[in-house]
Design a protein around this ligand. Sequence first.
Ligand SMILES: CSC[C@H]1O[C@H](OP(=O)(O)O)[C@H](O)[C@@H]1O
Ligand SMILES: Nc1ncnc2[nH]cnc12
Length: 296
Amino acid sequence: MASEKHVEPVIGVIGGSGLYEIDGLKDKEWRRCETPWGAPSDDLLFGSISGVRCVFLPRHGRGHPIPPSRLNYRANIDALKRAGVTDIISLSAVGSLKEELEPGRFVLVDQFIDLTQGRQRTFFEEGCVAHVSMAEPVSHRLLTTLGDTAEKLHIPVTRGGTYVVIEGPQFSTRAESDLYRSWGCSVIGMTNMPEARLAREAEMNYVTVGMVTDYDCWHEDHDSVTVDTVVTTMKKNATHARELVKDAIASLGHKRELDQAERALDNAIITPPDARDSGLLARLDAVAGRVLFSHQ
Ligand SMILES: CSC[C@H]1O[C@H](OP(=O)(O)O)[C@H](O)[C@@H]1O
Ligand SMILES: Nc1ncnc2[nH]cnc12
C-alpha cells in the first residue's frame, strides 16, 4: 500500500493470450472481486513469490472467452487496484512490424499508438473530470528490471518500442500493416489500450512485455498471421514468460519511494470539490481514494 512516501510493492500480472496462470506462486488462492465498474475478466489469483505479494489476472478469462473489444478494462484495473497492486506487468502476444523483432523475442514496450474505438477509456466521467499525463506511459524502473532479468535468463529481449493498438478482432490488412511500419511502430496488438491509460489514472506503474508471435502480414517471406501461428509460438513464449515473471517479481519486492505514476492524480482533477458528482466519487474510491478522500 502507498503511504506518504514509501510503497510496499504488490506486483500485478495481467496474462494475455496463452497465459492463464503463472508459476511459482505460494499460498495461491483464486478470489472473486467485484468493482463499481462491473466484473473483471475472471477471479484474481493471489499468492506470493519469494515473499513478494502478487496478484494474477488472465486478461481474457480462463478459457479465453472474452475478445479484446469486450474486455471490461476498467473493472480489470480497478480490481487490481482494490487488491493492493502497485506495479503491473502486462504480458501480451504481439505481431512484429520490424524484421529484427523475430517471433520468440520479448519487446519491452515504452510507447503506444492507440487506434482503438469505442472502448471505455477513463474512470473520470461526467461529474469528476481528470486529465493525466500519458507522455511516458510505462515505468522505466519496471522496464529496466524486466530487461535485466530477461538478459540474465538468456531470453531474447529488446528494450523499447512502440506498440500500435488496433481494435480487432480481425488482424490488419497489408496496407494497414505497411502504414504502421511507416510510422516506425515495433509491434502490433489489440489489448494494451485503454489498459495502460486506466493504470495511469489509477496511479499504478505499468509495463508491457510484448511477446512476438508472428510477423503480422507485411513480411513477404512469412505467411499472413493466423490464430494457429500465434498460439503455437505463444506456447513456446509462455515458458519464457513464466520464468521472467517469477525472477522479476523476486527483484521488485523491496520497499521503495513512490514513483511519479503513483502521483499521477496530484494535479489532474479539474472539477472543483463542490461540483463533483457524489455517485461517481463513490465509484472512484479505489482508483482515486488517495487524492479524493485523504491528504497523502
Ligand atoms: C490470439 S492472437 C490475438 C490476441 O492476442 C493478443 O492478446 P493479448 O494482448 O491479451 O495477449 C492480441 O492483442 C489479441 O487480442
Ligand atoms: N499480428 C497481430 N496483430 C494483432 N494482434 C496480434 N497479437 C499477436 N499477433 C498479432
